[in-house]
Write a protein that binds this ligand. Structure first.
Ligand SMILES: [Fe+2]
Length: 334
C-alpha cells in the first residue's frame, strides 16, 4: 500500500504532465520537485556569441532601408514552442508548422518578421542552442523577437531571463523602419513595471507611427477578444478569466498610454489562438498560432488555427492579411 502511494507521490512531484490538461495561459503550478530542479542555467560561450547574430539590435541593423512615406510589409508570427509535455503535443498543428510558416514568410516580401515569444518550451541551454541552430539554418529575413514566459527558466511564477538576454538582448527595445517604430515590450513576467511604462512613454513620444509587440496580453482584453470572421466565435459576455493568461500590473496604464500615443496596432500572443479587440480606440490583434499546440478552448474563446500575419504598412495605416497554415487567408479589419 505504501509503495504505490509513494510512487504516485513521486510521479506527481516530478512530472506535472500527469496532471489534467489546462488551456494555455492557465497557471499550472510547478511541482515542488520541478521548482527545485529547474534552476536557471547561465549563458554559455556559444549562446553569448549567438547574440552577435541574433540580438534584436543586430537583426534591426539588417533591415533594408525603407523610404519614410513608402508602403512596405512586415510579418508577425506567434507562439512556436512545442509544449513541455507529451500530452500537449497531441494538439500540435504539425511538428514543422513553425518552420513551414517561416518559409512562407520568407517567400514573401516582408522586410522583417516579428516573433511574439514562446519560441522554446523552457529556457534551458539545450533548448536555446536548438533554437539558435534552427535560426542559423532556416532564417534569412531579419527577425525581431519579444520574450515569452516559456523563454525564461520557468514558464510560471518568477523566471530567470539570462539566456534570452544573452541571445536576443534587452527585453524592451525598438527598431525604426521607414516612418514606423516597431516597439518590443517584455510582458513575460505577466506585468509591466513602472519603469517599463516610463520607457514606453519616451519610446512612443519620439515616434510618428508605431506598432507594439508583446507576449502576454493586458488584462483589459479579458472577454473582449473576438474572431468575428468565424461564425461560431464571439466575445463571451461573461468574459474568460483564465488565471495568468493576461497581465494585471500596469495593464490600465498601458491601455491609456497606447491610446494617448495613437498606437496603430498592439500585437499580443500567449493564448494559442487568433482574435482581435479594440480598447480606447487602439486595435489589438491576438496571434498565438505560430506552431504551438492548439489546445481546446471553451466556447466564446478566440479561434484556433496555425497562422501568421502579413501586415502592409503605409502612411495611411496598417492592412493585414491572416495567412493560415492550410493555405487559406483572409483580410483582417480589427
Ligand atoms: Fe506564453
Amino acid at each position: 500500500m505504501i509503495l504505490p502511494a509513494a510512487l504516485a507521490l513521486a510521479v506527481w512531484a516530478a512530472e506535472p504532465a500527469a496532471w489534467p490538461p489546462v488551456p494555455p495561459g492557465f497557471s499550472r503550478p510547478d511541482s515542488p520537485l520541478f521548482s527545485t530542479l529547474a534552476k536557471p542555467e547561465p549563458p554559455t560561450e556559444d549562446l553569448l556569441a549567438a547574440g552577435a547574430r541574433w540580438s534584436n539590435a543586430a537583426q534591426a541593423g539588417r533591415i533594408l532601408p525603407v523610404a519614410r512615406d513608402s508602403t512596405f510589409k512586415i510579418a508577425v508570427i506567434g507562439d512556436a514552442e512545442p509544449g513541455r509535455f507529451s500530452w500537449e503535443r497531441i494538439f500540435s498543428p504539425g511538428k514543422d508548422a513553425f518552420a513551414r510558416q517561416l518559409a512562407s514568410i520568407q517567400s514573401g516580401a516582408a522586410k522583417v518578421v516579428v516573433q511574439l515569444g514562446d519560441f522554446v518550451s523552457r529556457g534551458t541551454v539545450d533548448n536555446y542552442r536548438a533554437h539558435v541552430r534552427f535560426l542559423d539554418e532556416r532564417v534569412r529575413v531579419p527577425l525581431l523577437t519579444v520574450q515569452g514566459n516559456h523563454d525564461r527558466s520557468r514558464p510560471n511564477g518568477s523566471g530567470d531571463k539570462s539566456l534570452y538576454r544573452a541571445v536576443f538582448g534587452p527585453g524592451d527595445s525598438y527598431a525604426d523602419v521607414g516612418g514606423w517604430r516597431l516597439v518590443l515590450v517584455d510582458t513575460a513576467d505577466r506585468r509591466l513595471r513602472p519603469e517599463q511604462l516610463a520607457w514606453l512613454e519616451t519610446a512612443l513620444s519620439g515616434a510618428e507611427r508605431s506598432l507594439i509587440f508583446m507576449h502576454v496580453p493586458p488584462a483589459f482584453l479579458k472577454g473582449r477578444i473576438v474572431a468575428e470572421e468565424f461564425q461560431d466565435m464571439g466575445a463571451d459576455p461573461e468574459g474568460y478569466h483564465p488565471f495568468e493568461a493576461f497581465f494585471e500590473e500596469g495593464s490600465r496604464e498601458f491601455g491609456e498610454l497606447a491610446s494617448r500615443h495613437r498606437v496603430a496596432r498592439v500585437y499580443v500572443a500567449h493564448i494559442h489562438a487568433f482574435g482581435h479587440a479594440r480598447h480606447l480606440g487602439v486595435p489589438y490583434v491576438l496571434s498565438g498560432g505560430g506552431g504551438s499546440p492548439l489546445y481546446p478552448l471553451p466556447p466564446g474563446w478566440p479561434a484556433r488555427f496555425a497562422h501568421y500575419i502579413d501586415a502592409e504598412l503605409s502612411p495611411s495605416g496598417v492592412r493585414e492579411t491572416v495567412r493560415k497554415l492550410d493555405g487559406s487567408s483572409f483580410e483582417l479589419n480589427p
